[in-house]
Design a protein around this ligand. Sequence first.
Ligand SMILES: *[C@@H]1O[C@H](CO)[C@@H](O)[C@H](O)[C@H]1NC(C)=O
Ligand SMILES: *[C@@H]1O[C@H](CO)[C@@H](O)[C@H](O)[C@H]1NC(C)=O
Ligand SMILES: *[C@@H]1O[C@H](CO)[C@@H](O)[C@H](O)[C@H]1NC(C)=O
Ligand SMILES: *[C@@H]1O[C@H](CO)[C@@H](O)[C@H](O)[C@H]1NC(C)=O
Ligand SMILES: *[C@@H]1O[C@H](CO)[C@@H](O)[C@H](O)[C@H]1NC(C)=O
Length: 487
Amino acid sequence: MYVSWLSSQLLLAAGLASAKWIVPGARWSDTDGNLVNAHAGCVTVDEDSGKFFLFGEYKVQGQVEGGGVAVYSSDDLATWESHGLALKPEEGHPYLDPKMIIQRPKVIYSDATEKYQMFWHADNSTYGLLLQGFAQADNITGPYSFVDATSPLGNWSQDFGLFTDYKDGRSYALYSNGDRKEARDVYLTSYNDNKTALDSVVHRFDKFDLEAPTIIQTEKSYFALMSHKTGYRPNNVVAFRADKLSGPWSQPFIVAPLNTRTFNSQSGFSLRIKGRKQTTYLYLGDQWDSNSLWESRYIWLPVSINEQKKSLQLEWYDIYDLNVKTGEYREVKGTIYQAPSAKTAGSAFKQEATFSDTGSLLTGIYGNDSTVTFSNVQGNGAKDGQWVSFYYQNTDDMGFGDQPGGTPDRIGGAWQLRRIASVVLNGDTQNVESLYQRDTHKGIILSTPLKLKLKKGTNEIKIGGLSNGFDVKGADIEKIVVYPPEG
Ligand SMILES: *[C@@H]1O[C@H](CO)[C@@H](O)[C@H](O)[C@H]1NC(C)=O
Ligand SMILES: *[C@@H]1O[C@H](CO)[C@@H](O)[C@H](O)[C@H]1NC(C)=O
Ligand SMILES: *[C@@H]1O[C@H](CO)[C@@H](O)[C@H](O)[C@H]1NC(C)=O
Ligand SMILES: *[C@@H]1O[C@H](CO)[C@@H](O)[C@H](O)[C@H]1NC(C)=O
Ligand SMILES: *[C@@H]1O[C@H](CO)[C@@H](O)[C@H](O)[C@H]1NC(C)=O
């Protein structure tokens, strides 16, 4: 018994020590080695322990809705321990049946009721109800018991967000009221003192037809972030700014570089981390994968705010190291291998590209024969591997009919979510890695990470094509960046 207790503590310590980097868009594993499975949710900070609790929609392979709400805890926002389902689906229940919709759950603590309270978008499968669900629990991890599902002040409620003002502790619901012509607004409505019901509309973002709302509060400003409505496709998230929640609110402005579609993500939640040394704001976005929703990933990024210019921008890092106690974060730096240093095979070739770092990128990557190889990649031989970011361009954002690629913004275009490249390390074709390369746009380069077990010394990384939904095309490659091992 003693030995197993000790080894479990050692494993725990090793887990905590080795995973404090945040890697947006990677496959995040929990401390049991399973995918972190909590989509479109929230992070609630437990005031007593200072722990972070992540809640979100739980999805398994082949399933879209009906999985309930999962909960995880973390001390560092990077290492996540699963606590199972906080809100379980319940066969035959009018709102918790697996056929019903439980989306965008948010959790707050109420001093008045002395309970943790979960709210969400409660609906049926055709979005005909447009209600807000409410459940309570004594313990933050649940189990949560259903209280009711209601219309907020008689209106409709679709994408649901929740915001608590740190200055006075008051909480607010944020909700788009759906797609009907009479709707297409986003509401900001305050909860009563005990946070059990809504009491009055504070502001209505009228007819902007936006969704997935969240609010970031600084010392001086409120920034309300929302996405456009393109289903599971990402788009340009916008923010409105105001001095007071009741407004006046500014014109919306775009928060990430144009055409990156918010680094391929949708808004939904944000976090203010008041550390000992600085306050850091995080955007917690979802990178939906409509081909396999259960594999959807998380794009969590620091936000830079300029109060003078009244502006806000997401900052992209392949990897950053956040200290939640001090509030400080730093970009993790890697070694860059640019396209010109790679060898091409088959019909893959280097092509002039004014928008790339070196003025050229690697294209024509196709199947196992038309490949590109970086053969001088230095590794550390770390047991847990090293992150490698692949910078790529994928112009499959819209093709015509059954013709992929080449025609962004084409009317009647058929949208492709991603290409998948194969990554072969040191000729090991038994362990081919799949690299998901979400569509970008012409001239837009994004990056996507894989953890690879590089050996100490020189390694060879060969990139081929697996699939873009039509054939075995891989995306164009600008460069790869190899990061040091964690810890
Ligand atoms: C959802 O609710 C609406 C409104 O009650 C109803 O018209 C619609 O038929 C329901 N959809 C399903 C699948 O039950
Ligand atoms: C509350 O949740 C914590 C964390 O999961 C757990 O350790 C504890 O046993 C729970 N308490 C109760 C009363 O369920
Ligand atoms: C909801 O609010 C919109 C305006 O935002 C209004 O036109 C509509 O009638 C309201 N719907 C209900 C059911 O109250
Ligand atoms: C919460 O507040 C409302 C009115 O603000 C009151 O009607 C209700 O009884 C309160 N509930 C609890 C549990 O305190
Ligand atoms: C590429 O090689 C893998 C085995 O390494 C094989 O499964 C796959 O079918 C091949 N793809 C093509 C397009 O030849």
